[in-house]
Structures are given as C-alpha cells and as structure tokens.
Design a binder for this molecule. Structure first.
Ligand SMILES: Nc1ncnc2c1ncn2[C@@H]1O[C@H](COP(=O)(O)OS(=O)(=O)O)[C@@H](OP(=O)(O)O)[C@H]1O
Length: 301
C-alpha cells in the first residue's frame, strides 16, 4: 500500500472505511483477499488488459516490505537522471487505479513509475511480454508480519488485526490482504534468473543504501554521479523520509513510516511462534534462491 498527499481520493476512501465492518473491508478474488475499497474487483479485472511499456519503471513488493521507501528513492533517481520531477501524489499501485485512472496512466508520458503489491502471476502479462524492468523488494517474513500487524491496526481501509496472536495465524495461513507471503516468494523464485527482474531486500537496503541506489539506477538504465547517489541516500534514510512524510503521505505519514528497523520481530514473536515460522520457512523456502537472498538465518534466527 502507499500514500498520497492531503485531501486526495485515497483519504476519502479512508473516511468511508470508518463506516465499514472488518468483514466488508476485504473480499476474495481468485482465492486471494484484497481490500474492497482500494482494489475492488473491477480494478483487478481491468488490469488484465493493461498495456505495459518497455520503458516503464515497475516496482513490486509484498505489503510492508519497503515499497514506499523505494518509491521515494526511485522518484529521486528519475529526477536526478532526467531533470523531470514527478508531481504525482497518487500511489503508483496499478491495482488501486481502476478504469478511469488507468486511462490517465495509458496516456501518461514515459517513463511511467508503476507499482504493485500483487503476486507475480497476477501482474498484467504485458509487463513480462514487453520485458519491462521490474524491481522486487522483499523483507524477512518476521519483520514483514510485525509491520503488517501494526499497519492493519492503523489503516482504516484494512480489517483491524485484533490481537497479535490472531494476526499471526492469519499471516501464516495467507489470510491477509494480497495473500500469502510464502506464495509471493515462491512466485518470484521462478523469476530469479530473469534479467528483467531484480530482487533487493529491505535488509540489504538498510545495510548499504548507496550501493543499492547505484545498482537500482543502472538496472533501470539511469546513470547518476556519485554526488547524486549520496544526495539520494541522505534524503532516503528512515529519519529523513519520516520527517518529510506529512508532505509525501499526508496524515498517514506516521503510519507508513513507523519504526524502520530490522529485528523488531523479537519484540512480538513468542518462542513458539518464532519456531513455527522457522519450520514453515524451511519447509517452503529452504534451498531456493529467494530463500538464500532473504538471508533468513542472519535476520530471523
Ligand atoms: N527510509 C526507510 N528506511 C527504512 N525503513 C523504511 C523506510 N521507509 C519506510 N520504511 C519502512 O517500510 C515499512 C513499510 O513498508 P511498505 O512501504 O512496503 O508498506 S506498504 O505495504 O506499501 O503499506 C515500514 O516498516 P516498519 O517500520 O517495520 O513498520 C516502514 O517504516
């Protein structure tokens, strides 16, 4: 999910959400839960025909893996490399668009910054046909769950998480908006050798943002000076982005930029929950390339 400036249409939806029950806030499409308000069925249906371009700048992340962080970074990369400043306050998530907005997207000049929280199999086929460059941000599952838990309790558009234990069970069984973390990871596993897909983890970004800004820029075909890389890194720390979040994300700023750390799971998981997650991770992702990329042992054990 992403944010926008004050008084936008997304905020109108947030107001509407306050009158809805938790049950009404999600619905199922092809077996996966989605937000009724943000990604209704007509949005997902019209995506099937969406036409990608070769020079689109596509960013995909399972919820709470660092999407807004990368939107901020990529916007700055585009501005530094092309001199064009994006004025759009709308989150670039294609599943939020709907038929009307999608028309504007179709007419928008290149390069278009687009994003999704969707499973790779549900991204419109033309992104793969056109060989659009897709950056995928992933994050260790324990911190992703913690971030999702807090988000569910502070974003009126999503059902409230109720207790930590309830949310834990829902996350583990994939009964959360946008579906199962593990299914998403396994979906990307199939594309790990695709030269048009680049996976970066939240933890790698935390460890060396400048180096990853260099890698991301060159993946998208932009060339930055070292001074530009440093400027973008300085403006994209958690502290810097949180400080400017009221202008970038309106009154949801503090919700999108919560804590920004690796390892907050240690403050939430019981030893039993932690062990169960270790077992599920092992069962589903041990021996995979995406599993190795997530560096589970270092960040979750
Ligand atoms: N600059 C920077 N540095 C480090 N961490 C950052 C940064 N910006 C956002 N974040 C953290 O990313 C988490 C939100 O992820 P998403 O933006 O993907 O959420 S969303 O699904 O799009 O709503 C959320 O993580 P938690 O703090 O753990 O909840 C944000 O705080």
């Amino acid at each position: 999910m992403s944010g926008e400036g004050p008084m936008g249409p997304l905020q109108a939806k947030m107001l509407k959400a306050k009158e809805m029950s938790d049950e009404e806030k999600v619905y199922r499409y092809n077996g996966v839960l989605y937000s009724t308000l943000l990604s209704p069925e007509e949005h997902l249906k019209c995506l099937e025909k969406m036409q990608a371009r070769e020079d689109d700048i596509m960013l995909v992340a399972y919820p709470k893996c660092g999407f807004n962080w990368m939107v901020g970074v990529i916007k700055k990369i585009i501005t530094a490399a092309t001199g064009v400043k994006s004025e759009s306050k709308l989150p670039p998530l294609i599943e939020f668009h709907g038929p009307e907005n999608l028309k504007n997207v179709e007419e928008a000049p290149s390069p278009r910054l687009l994003g999704a929280h969707l499973h790779p199999d549900n991204i419109p086929a033309s992104f793969y046909e056109k060989k659009t460059k897709i950056l995928v941000v992933f994050r260790n599952p324990k911190d992703t769950m913690v971030s999702f838990y807090h988000f569910s309790n502070s974003n009126p558009a999503l059902p409230s998480a109720k207790s930590w234990d309830t949310f834990y069970s829902q996350f583990m069984s994939g009964e959360v908006p946008w579906g199962s973390y593990f299914d998403h990871a396994l979906g990307w596993e199939k594309k790990m050798d695709d030269p048009n897909v680049m996976v970066v983890t939240y933890e790698e970004l935390k460890q060396d943002l400048s180096e990853n800004i260099r890698r991301i820029s060159s993946f998208y075909g932009f060339s930055l000076t070292e001074a530009q890389v440093q400027q973008i890194a300085d403006a994209s720390t958690f502290k810097a982005m949180k400080e400017s979040s009221s202008s970038s994300h309106g009154n949801m700023g503090n919700v999108f930029f919560r804590k920004g750390e690796v390892g907050d799971w240690k403050n939430h998981f019981t030893p039993e929950q932690s062990q169960e997650m270790d077992e599920v991770f092992n069962k589903r992702l041990a021996g995979t390339k995406i599993g190795a990329k997530l560096n589970y042992q270092a960040h979750c054990q």
